[in-house]
Design a protein around this ligand. Sequence first.
Ligand code: KIV
Length: 284
Amino acid sequence: MPEPTEPTSALPPVNAQRPRRVRVQHLEAAKAAGERLTMLTAYDAMTARIFDEAGIDILLVGDSIGDNMLGHPNTIPVTMDELIPAVRAVTRATARPMVVADLPFGSYEASPTQAWESAARMLKEGGAHAVKIEGGRRVAAHAKLLTEGGIPVFGHLGLTPQSENILGGKRVQGRGEDAAGALLADALALQEAGVIGVVLEMVPAPVAQRISDQLRIPTIGIGAGAGCDGQVLVWLDMAGMGSWAPRFAKQFAQIGTELKNAAQAYAAEVRDGSFPAAEHTYWE
Ligand code: KIV
């Protein structure tokens, strides 16, 4: 009887004794093999470790840290100095996932050189394995300089939250033939510049499907339908941590309610004196 063999995958095995990192060559290989990539945001060591154990392929230290963790109204105020410690925590705590650091608003748009300086900090100080920038043809030269200099880059098209003021809010992008064609041209320009994947946010599913079909590199969708080569969610939306989540996010748990229940139960037991009980107490 032959030994049962592990199903083969284009990606490194999950929970291996000696885990191997997900690296750039695995992403295109996964797309070619028709394997969907999994990506979640992470902002700290504790959750990053859990997501690594869960087998998530890519962790994004997103500028969504601003509105999800730091109490900002949106991503725009986030700075490099706020993001770098989070990137460092996530890279330190994980063994298998590729760790991608967002370049925050104002840290890269002005020139390829500015992008280089910020991206290099994310790798040198944060230990990131790749960076993500928002925009298409307007940042293609930036992406080219980074990739030619040895920094893997993800693009981000569709709803680009850093531009929400010019987009008129968080609205679906790429509706209509002209807008869809412009998105495809942006995606092709990023691929030509050497990016390793493109996040498509709030794009009609047929448009995302068309872009995914035309690219060699993987697309990672968020509110862009099932035709993308992978999916990403903000982890708090995925786990039901907040009281609200966007329509495109499925809440796979109700962690926020669980946490609140735990805190209320703790407070009640402290107040009535039942915690700490004998088993929690050292007498000598
Ligand atoms: O910052 C972030 O979390 C993101 C995702 C929404 C893709 O860019």
